[in-house]
Each structure stands twice: as structure tokens, then as C-alpha cells.
Design a binder for this molecule. Structure first.
Ligand code: HEC
Length: 133
């Protein structure tokens, strides 16, 4: 009988240990997924920060006030008649130039990535409800 109880005890302990490590695994996985989401958000924030810096140094002089008919930062109406293909085309135009818009805002040393970030920054400030990813 004692032997029997001993085995019951061993079985109970192993079930308990098993459950514990399983819930640890679940917890670990949850922590991992949360970290990934945070990393994604940090990445997006850093990218838009690059966009803001580029915007301030290379785009604001025209786009803050709508100089030469440029679509204005934060003024949704001024963007209304732009390409219906939207950000892909608009940002391509920012890189390569379009009518009164000089390529890269007239600063050819800027990387495509920085100009892209600046364009996404402008659009995300003007249309905060839209996802730009
Ligand atoms: C010297 C003034 C000037 C600077 C600097 C400038 N832009 Fe522009 N931008 C314009 C003008 C003018 C237009 C409108 C072009 C048109 O439709 O005639 C324009 C249009 C745009 C458009 C819309 C393009 C389209 O297809 O309608 C985007 C996006 C844009 N600019 C992004 C940028 C970014 C990003 C920068 C900085 C890297 C920048 N601009 C710097 C003058 C400027």
C-alpha cells in the first residue's frame, strides 16, 4: 500500500512539474510575441523620427506653407487632387521629382530611404487615421 501511495505521489509531482513547465512555455511565448510587437512599434517610431528630421531639413521650407502650390503639411484639402494611387506614387515623385517638386527636395545627397521616410511622415501627420506600412 505504501508503495502504491509512493507511486501516486511521484505521478502527482510529475504532473505538477509538467504543467508548470508547460505554462512557463506559454508565458515565454507570450513574452516573446509582446517583445516582437514592441520592436515593431519601436522600428516604426524610429523610422518616422528619421522622416521628421529629413522633413525639417529638406522639405519644410516649401511644404510647411504650401510654397509654389505644394501640398501642405497637415492641410488635408491640399492633398485632395493628388494621385489616387496615393503614397506609392506620391513618394516616388518626391524621390525623382514631379513638376514643381524638385527630386529629393533639391538635395540629391539624401538617400531614397530618408526621402521615403519624410514622405511617410508628411502623410502620417496629415492623415493620422491611415495606416502607412
Ligand atoms: C523647393 C520646394 C520644395 C521642396 C524643398 C520639397 N518639395 Fe515636395 N513639392 C513641391 C511642389 C511645388 C509640389 C507640387 C508639385 C506639383 O504638383 O506641381 C510638391 C509635391 C510633393 C509631393 C506630392 C507629389 C505628387 O505626386 O503629387 C510629395 C509627396 C512631396 N512633394 C514630398 C516632398 C518631400 C518628402 C520633400 C523633402 C525631401 C519635399 N517634397 C521637398 C515643392 C517642394
Amino acid at each position: 500500500m505504501i508503495r502504491f501511495l509512493f507511486w501516486i505521489l511521484i505521478a502527482a509531482i510529475s504532473v505538477t512539474v509538467g504543467c508548470k513547465s508547460e505554462s512557463d512555455d506559454v508565458r515565454q511565448a507570450t513574452v516573446g510575441a509582446t517583445d516582437m510587437v514592441h520592436q515593431q512599434l519601436n522600428w516604426r517610431e524610429r523610422y518616422l523620427e528619421l522622416g521628421r528630421e529629413t522633413y525639417e531639413s529638406a522639405c519644410a521650407e516649401c511644404h510647411d506653407e504650401g510654397k509654389d502650390g505644394s501640398p501642405t503639411m497637415g492641410d488635408r484639402d491640399s492633398w485632395a487632387n493628388r494621385s489616387p494611387l496615393w503614397s506609392a506614387v506620391l513618394i516616388e515623385h518626391a524621390k525623382s521629382g514631379y513638376l514643381g517638386m524638385p527630386a529629393k527636395g533639391g538635395q540629391p545627397e539624401l538617400s531614397d530611404n530618408a526621402v521615403q521616410a519624410a514622405g511617410e511622415y508628411m502623410l502620417s501627420v496629415t492623415f493620422p487615421e491611415l495606416p502607412f506600412d
